[in-house]
Design a protein around this ligand. Structure first.
Ligand SMILES: NC(=O)c1ccc[n+]([C@@H]2O[C@H](COP(=O)([O-])OP(=O)(O)OC[C@H]3O[C@@H](n4cnc5c(N)ncnc54)[C@H](OP(=O)(O)O)[C@@H]3O)[C@@H](O)[C@H]2O)c1
Length: 276
């Protein structure tokens, strides 16, 4: 049986659905089963990764775990997983861990701590380190629902946005296949795009003239500070500013591991058109 944590999130939900489609026996962990809305037939178990004492029922009989990175949860999870006899753990880590501009920041630090706990364990581990999620564009939905201009910082900030379905497909392949133990996979979308490129491609896909209007970073910091903690926000703004004029790295790992090319940003927009 495979335990999927983060099962109500962008990636975990897709990974869970794919594993069910493939016929694997799957269990989902969530802090709130009443609100989870997971597919029929999935065994949904309550638990909190921040409190390892709550994980026994979820880990009981699990051979493999897809692990969402809750800050500070590494050592407690590892002890609980080892005690339960789990063999394999696939961690949804972050490309920030190996990005020169982000590696010293808080996002990289808490993912690296969990990687460290797994490295020191007796478990088979695999770290998935994705680049920026295409799903980050959902932040723009409020603006595109009201017009054709997206306002934000650093029009020229780059990334190689990855579709959550591709991360999920890699996760499913690694959870169920051999040859991935003690491996680190840097996952990206198929091309480096700026914020302005993403707005233009979104417009093309939706048949609307969507453009990106750059605002001063301080204005954006103020607006985002209501939802994002200060140190994380600093890290994001720093990463955006230092990526301007520097194409983001693109890896072929999605295709190598799943046998299918990584989905384009345009594909992602079409899959989420209703949101915009
Ligand atoms: N956005 C990016 O560009 C990017 C890039 C690289 C890496 N990442 C990493 O990817 C992850 C985000 O993935 P996502 O977008 O799929 O997630 P998401 O949509 O933000 O969903 C969060 C998930 O985590 C679960 N969760 C949160 N705290 C929990 C806890 N204490 N115990 C158990 N479950 C908990 C939630 O489950 P319940 O609420 O149901 O309990 C939910 O399923 C983060 O670690 C992020 O750093 C993101």
């Amino acid at each position: 049986m495979i335990l999927v944590t983060g099962a109500t999130g962008n990636v975990g939900r897709r990974a869970l659905e794919l594993l069910v489609e493939q016929g694997h026996k799957v269990r989902a962990l969530t802090r709130d089963p009443q609100r989870a809305q997971l597919p029929e037939g999935v065994d949904v178990v309550a638990g909190d990764l921040a409190d390892p004492a709550t994980l026994d029922a979820a880990l009981d009989g699990a051979e493999a775990v897809f692990l969402f990175a809750v800050p500070g949860s590494g050592p407690g999870f590892v002890a609980a997983a080892e005690a339960a006899g789990v063999r394999r753990v696939v961690l949804l880590s972050s490309g920030a861990v190996e990005d020169a501009d982000l590696a010293s920041g808080p996002i990289a630090a808490y993912h690296a701590d969990i990687e460290q706990a797994l490295r020191g364990s007796s478990l088979e581990w695999t770290f998935l380190r994705p680049d920026v999620f295409a799903a980050n564009s959902l932040m723009w939905a409020g603006q595109t629902q009201g017009g054709d201009v997206v306002r934000g910082a650093y029009a020229g900030a780059t990334g190689a946005p990855i579709h959550e379905a591709d991360i999920a497909a890699v996760a499913a392949a690694v959870l169920t296949g051999d040859g991935h133990a003690q491996q680190v996979y840097r996952l990206t979308g198929p091309e480096s795009l700026t914020h302005a490129d993403q707005a233009r491609i979104m417009g093309d896909a939706l048949g609307r003239p969507i453009s990106y209007q750059e605002l001063p970073a301080e204005v954006v910091r103020e607006a985002m500070s209501a939802h994002v903690p200060g140190p994380i926000l600093d890290g994001i703004l720093h990463a955006w500013s230092s990526s301007v004029d520097r194409p983001a790295p693109v890896t072929g790992e999605v295709e190598r591991i799943t046998g299918r090319p990584a989905r384009s940003y345009r594909d992602w927009v079409l899959d989420h058109a209703a949101a915009f």
